[in-house]
Design a binder for this molecule. Structure first.
Ligand code: NAD
Length: 256
């Protein structure tokens, strides 16, 4: 059970990170929420979640593109039994046109941040005698799409880092795994629907099924609750021997 454990979830003031944080809090974990902003709403998110689930929830601002800030987030949390590396951004462009600063930002936020937080968290997990690293990779950690060079490279890198983390902790009560979601209906994805409808001159359902979910055989989005439930499973005793692997939550995308 995750009750009484402390979970740090990077990039958790929206979307999948928030969904995972909520499932962990609902199951009794204390939670550290994070993003690069430091707004009133961020801290309110934490106090509301604490009240809703009766656990401790803190919001700690830290920019996951900054190596020192990643490590400081874990130090500031003071305890880390469960580390969920979720912060991520996307940019789409052909390789010759891909802006160098976008490449660097995606590699830093989507991949290197997981290295830095893991480096800071493993000693704490060893001290506590238990730990779970859950990296939110993507179907793009296992397959590719054109124009997503940085994202696909970073997500494949996260899957590789997950395997190394698992091997370095293999004889300890610590596991490391990656969840590979297909398309998840987050506010970010929801916001793309109207424009895509206009672009293809299609209705909402048609654009979702034929354009957005073209590669997702189930023709259904995965939900943030389902990603949270998968993270919760990886934190359970049933998953104690599940380490160094990936779990796809992608409606069959990677089976194609
Ligand atoms: P989102 O934009 O809703 O969430 C991204 C989170 O990361 C936000 O909380 C944002 O504030 C945070 N973030 C961005 N830059 C940051 C930085 N520099 N420092 C700290 N936090 C930062 O998007 P999402 O869809 O919930 O994506 C979350 C993760 O799931 C990402 O790693 C993404 O690649 C992955 N993913 C998403 C989907 C999908 O379909 N939505 C599919 C597969 C994988």
């Amino acid at each position: 059970s995750v009750s009484g454990k402390t979970a740090i979830v990077t990039g958790s003031n929206s979307g999948i990170g928030l969904g995972v944080a909520r499932e962990l809090a609902k199951a009794g974990a204390d939670v550290v929420l994070n993003s690069f902003t430091d707004n009133e709403e961020d801290h309110k998110l934490a106090s509301d979640m604490a009240e809703e689930f009766g656990v401790n929830v803190r919001y700690i601002q830290a920019d996951m593109s900054d190596a020192a800030a990643c490590r400081k987030l874990v130090e500031e949390a003071g305890r880390c039994d469960i580390l969920v590396n979720n912060a991520g951004i996307q940019h789409v462009a052909p390789i010759p046109d891909f802006p160098i600063e976008k490449w660097n930002a995606i590699i830093a936020i989507n991949m290197s941040s997981a290295f830095h937080t893991t480096a800071a968290a493993l000693p704490m997990m060893r001290e506590a005698g238990w730990g779970r690293v859950v990296n939110i990779a993507s179907a793009h950690g296992l397959t590719a799409s054109p124009y997503k060079s940085a994202y696909v490279a970073a997500k494949h890198g996260v899957v590789g880092l997950t395997k190394v983390t698992a091997l370095e902790t293999a004889e300890e009560p610590i596991t490391a795994n990656a969840i590979c979601p297909g398309y998840v209906l987050t506010p970010l994805v929801e916001a793309q629907i109207p424009d895509t409808m206009k672009e293809y001159d299609m209705g909402r359902e048609e654009v979702i099924k034929t354009v957005m979910l073209q590669r997702q055989p189930s023709k259904e989005f995965a939900t943030v609750e389902q990603i949270g439930g998968t993270a919760l499973y990886l934190c359970s005793d049933a998953a104690a021997q599940v380490t160094g692997t990936t779990i796809s939550v992608d409606g069959g995308w990677t089976a194609l």
